[in-house]
Design a protein around this ligand. Structure first.
Ligand SMILES: [Zn+2]
Length: 162
């Protein structure tokens, strides 16, 4: 690719990234302003998927509830390293694009461990990234949505904005 084309596309990348980041930032401002809780803290495209997952799991007789959606920087810092390796602005939770769920009536100990796989696969059908596939810390109740950008892109944007 010629240099001017490279330069052009890198500008386009920044413009597109900023659009994504601003949308996430607008949503987070509402979360804080209205002190939203639970599923309402989720970035709207993720909230839609969460609701579908919840409905599907209800149909399968394995109902779920949301344990955590958006997580503030203060709360992220308070979590022990056994729970997460992520620190400030390094978790999808901090942008409202991740959620943790558990099973109604059973929380983290469903009658059969297989319930987690049923849950994970239903989430994956909806295009979610499931923490049950992770190698380092397996996190069976965790889902996140990748929308063409990562927490690194968002971190860069939010650090630049303050
Ligand atoms: Zn999580």
């Amino acid at each position: 690719m010629t240099n001017w084309k490279k330069a052009f596309y890198s500008i386009i990348d920044v413009v597109v990234m900023d659009r994504h980041s601003k949308r996430v930032a607008r949503h987070l401002s509402k979360v804080l302003l209205y002190e939203l809780k639970g599923r309402d803290t989720l970035d709207p495209p993720l909230k839609e998927k969460f609701l579908k997952l919840q409905t599907r799991m209800q149909e399968l007789g394995k109902p779920i509830w949301i344990v955590e959606g958006f997580r503030s920087a203060i709360r992220q810092r308070s979590l022990s390293s056994n729970v997460t390796k992520a620190t400030d602005l390094q978790s999808y939770h901090q942008y409202g694009i991740a959620f943790d769920v558990a099973f109604k009536f059973h929380n983290w100990t469903p009658p059969e461990y297989n319930w987690w796989y049923v849950l994970g696969e239903e989430g994956e059908k909806l295009g979610l990234i499931w923490g049950g596939r992770w190698k380092n810390i397996v996190d069976v109740g965790h889902f996140e949505l990748h929308q063409g950008f990562t927490w690194r892109d968002l971190k860069h944007y939010f650090e630049r904005s303050i």
